[in-house]
Design a protein around this ligand. Structure first.
Ligand SMILES: [Zn+2]
Ligand SMILES: [Zn+2]
Length: 209
């Protein structure tokens, strides 16, 4: 199931906008280090700029990740903002619902004029917002938001996921999950270079006791 944004309610007048909320799944090949993803919700606003549809949205999902310390799986929420601009393309087949698109000659003829007054176009961008380089093409009344949603979410995945900041991980000697039980392996606790520091800490503790 893809994340399809339906634009039939978007007025094709400059400043026309529509709020949306859609739910779908990520592509089957959406795989990063074995992470699994639940349904994705995309909430946002589509704006008709005069020549393009500007989509600002937040994608959110729940991911099942593998803890880099204890190798256990855990669930975590992910959410990410994205901005993407889309340019309508004429349908290759003019029959059927193509007539709905109002690709009338007048509209085409107005385009050079709109290009000349590109000042208005710049106003749709908020200060400091990252402007995507190229609008992506779309055909008809729907835009597939799967790719930008996935692209934004994948950047939110932690490089070294941990199930909890307090996760004690696995014993490097016997592999016991130290969150569940302890083992009797002797592990060099402190880097020898830090042992003077450890001694100081112990002395300080003794004094405070
Ligand atoms: Zn863990
Ligand atoms: Zn052990």
């Amino acid at each position: 199931m893809t994340l399809l944004l339906d634009l039939s309610d978007l007025e094709r007048e400059v400043g026309g906008e529509v709020d949306f909320r859609i739910t779908g799944g990520l592509p089957d090949d959406a795989d990063v280090n074995g992470a699994r993803f639940g349904p994705v919700t995309v909430r946002g606003r589509a704006l008709w700029t005069g020549r393009t549809v500007l989509v600002r949205a937040v994608a959110s999902t729940e991911a099942v990740l593998t803890c880099s310390r204890c190798l256990g799986e855990f669930r975590t929420g992910l959410s990410a903002e994205f901005v993407q601009e889309y340019r309508p393309e004429a349908e290759t087949c003019p029959s059927g619902v193509g007539g709905d698109l109002r690709q009338d000659p007048q509209r085409q003829a107005r385009r050079p004029e709109e290009d000349a007054s590109s000042a208005g176009h710049g106003e749709v961008w908020a200060d400091g917002e990252e402007v995507p380089e190229e609008p992506l093409p779309f055909v008809g009344q729907t835009i597939d938001l799967t790719a930008p949603a996935w692209g934004a979410l994948v950047l939110e995945l932690p490089m070294k996921p941990v199930c909890s900041e307090r996760c004690r991980g696995l014993c490097p000697v016997c592999g016991t999950d130290l969150n569940r039980e302890s083992c009797t392996c002797r592990v060099e606790e402190v880097d020898p270079r830090l042992s003077p520091l450890k001694k100081l800490l112990e002395e300080a503790k003794e004094r405070s006791d």
